[in-house]
Design a binder for this molecule. Structure first.
Ligand SMILES: Nc1ncnc2c1ncn2[C@@H]1O[C@H](COP(=O)(O)OP(=O)(O)OP(=O)(O)O)[C@@H](O)[C@H]1O
Ligand SMILES: [Mg+2]
Length: 489
């Protein structure tokens, strides 16, 4: 059995068990209350119905003569009443409540007096309220009664006391009660129980089933199934739980992907860096060792040539390290551009001056095409200089000797366009989308390329910081133009 089923069943059975116990208790309480209330109701009805019996006897017969019971007459009348209503038992009481005569089905009277308090209250209230009094045949149980005073010559000489719920009635009632209440109670109880149980169990099943599904998905996610998401349950508390879990899972997965990507980047970086730094380092080490070991055998001109190579390599190494450092700072969002109005024409002129010598060495023409009046642009001057340098580096690197490099500046209504174009080897359209990725270098120029493939990635990051993008127009063999816009002020 799976964890899901075990947990689901346990919760379901617990709730169902408690619910069933509650229903049983309710059923029992119902039977007890129904029995008590209906008994009281029966007594009240009886007392109201037959309450006149005592008064009738006291009035129509003269049960006491000179304070003594006139048994002959009264017994006859009482017997005829008892034939009609067998639940009646009649007692004659003296003024103190002592039983001086009685007519009951058997002679088993266990009490010889009746407490007059209830009798007097009954007479006072005219028998309108349910009152229980002594039952001389059964002293342990109170009974409903009818009572009336017996008057002789205008004075009280005793009471007629008629117990209305006689033993016979109690017997009949008991038999009926056990039958009637049991069947009534149990029918209602079982019907209610079965309906409530069915409704309850279906409800509990639905609730616990939803919880089980949710728990199952959470367990699947915990055990490594990162695609596990809770489906359905869009509303209510379960809906909140569901959407919160799903959002949480999405966040966890996104974070994991980010961590994995960062980790991959770090591995790539280490591999690239170690590879790119090793080349100039190896060159430097080789020449330094030669100079150290064979110092005397190496001519003075070779020595200065070797030192020149070492110098170039160390510069190359410094440039690589600097570029790497710059890129990682940009990647980590550690560079905040200090934007200010920049005279773009002057800036480009200054940069071109530094590149003139390099261009001349390769027999290249390096030109600036710019209108005499250009608006200033809003940019970080050092970062902008880095962009132009990187584009010029590439133009020089990927253009053959005798080539031509042009930098063009043009004023648009709200922007200034900066373009660097060459007539070098060009970039196939299929590769153009990828050259701005870090470490991306095209295969055909590998080997001749001393860079790390970071130049254009740095350009893109810097232009991102200026909320602008770099565009490219290039075709293999006919050259490349990179251009971008900066806000004019
Ligand atoms: N002007 C260009 N002409 C032809 N190919 C280019 C030009 N500029 C860039 N590329 C291609 O795009 C690739 C990426 O350029 P990027 O400047 O990012 O790297 P890189 O110049 O190789 O190395 P780094 O700039 O780090 O020294 C280059 O390797 C090259 O293949
Ligand atoms: Mg480059």
């Amino acid at each position: 059995m799976s964890i899901k089923t075990i947990r689901g069943n346990l919760l379901f059975w617990k709730i169902s068990g408690v619910f069933t116990a509650l229903l049983i208790l309710l059923g029992i309480a119902y039977v007890i209350m129904a029995s008590f209330i209906s008994k009281k109701y029966f007594y009240e009805v009886n007392q109201q119905l037959y309450g006149d019996i005592a008064a009738h006897l006291a009035r129509s017969t003269q049960p006491l003569k000179n304070g003594r019971p006139d048994t002959l007459v009264t017994h006859d009348i009482i017997h005829s009443i008892m034939v009609i209503n067998p639940s009646v038992e009649v007692y004659l009481l003296d003024q103190q409540g002592k039983i001086i005569d009685f007519v009951v089905p058997d002679k088993s009277v266990k009490q010889n007096e009746v407490n007059l308090q209830a009798v007097q209250q009954y007479i006072r209230e005219g028998g309108h309220r349910y009152i229980a009094g002594d039952n001389p045949k059964n002293p342990d149980e109170k009974a409903i009664f009818s009572a009336a005073p017996i008057m002789e010559n205008g004075a009280l000489s005793g009471y007629v006391y008629a117990v209305l719920a006689s033993e016979k009635q109690a017997g009949v009632l008991g038999a009926l009660k056990s039958n009637f209440f049991f069947s009534l109670g149990s029918t209602i109880f079982f019907a209610t129980l079965i309906i409530a149980l069915l409704v309850g169990i279906i409800t509990f099943f639905l609730i616990t089933d939803s919880i089980c599904q949710i728990a199952g998905t959470v367990i699947r996610f915990k055990e490594g199934d990162l695609t596990a998401r809770i489906e359905g349950h869009g509303k209510g508390n379960l809906g909140v739980l569901t959407s919160t879990f799903n959002e949480m899972a999405d966040t966890i997965v996104a974070n994991m992907e980010k961590i994995t990507a960062t980790d991959r980047l770090r591995q790539e970086l280490i591999a690239n860096v170690s590879h790119d730094l090793r080349t100039p380092l190896a060159i430097m080490q080789g020449y330094i060792e030669t100079l150290l070991i064979k110092k005397d055998q190496v001519s003075a001109s070779d020595q200065s040539k070797y030192l020149g190579i070492i110098h170039d390599s160390s510069q190359n190494l410094a440039r690589l390290v600097e570029q790497l450092f710059e890129y990682s700072k940009l990647e980590a969002n550690q560079i905040v551009p200090q934007k200010e109005p920049v005279a773009i024409g002057e800036l480009v002129n200054d940069v071109l001056l530094k590149y003139q010598l390099l261009a001349k060495n390769k027999n290249m023409s390096l030109q600036l095409e710019a209108p005499s009046h250009l608006p200033q642009v809003f940019a970080d001057v050092a970062l902008l200089e880095r962009v132009i340098q990187n584009l010029l580096d590439n133009a020089l690197k990927f253009t053959a000797e005798n080539g031509r490099i042009n930098v063009m500046l043009r004023a648009n209504p709200a922007t200034v366009e900066i373009a660097v174009s060459d007539n070098g080897i060009g970039i196939p359209a299929s590769q153009q989308p990828f050259i701005f990725e870090r470490y991306k270098q095209l295969p055909q120029v590998e080997g001749t390329n001393k860079g790390m493939g970071l130049g254009l990635a740095i350009v893109k990051k810097i232009l991102d910081l200026h909320q602008t993008v770099i565009h490219i127009k290039s075709a293999p063999g006919s050259g490349t133009t990179f251009w971008f816009l900066l806000p004019a002020i």
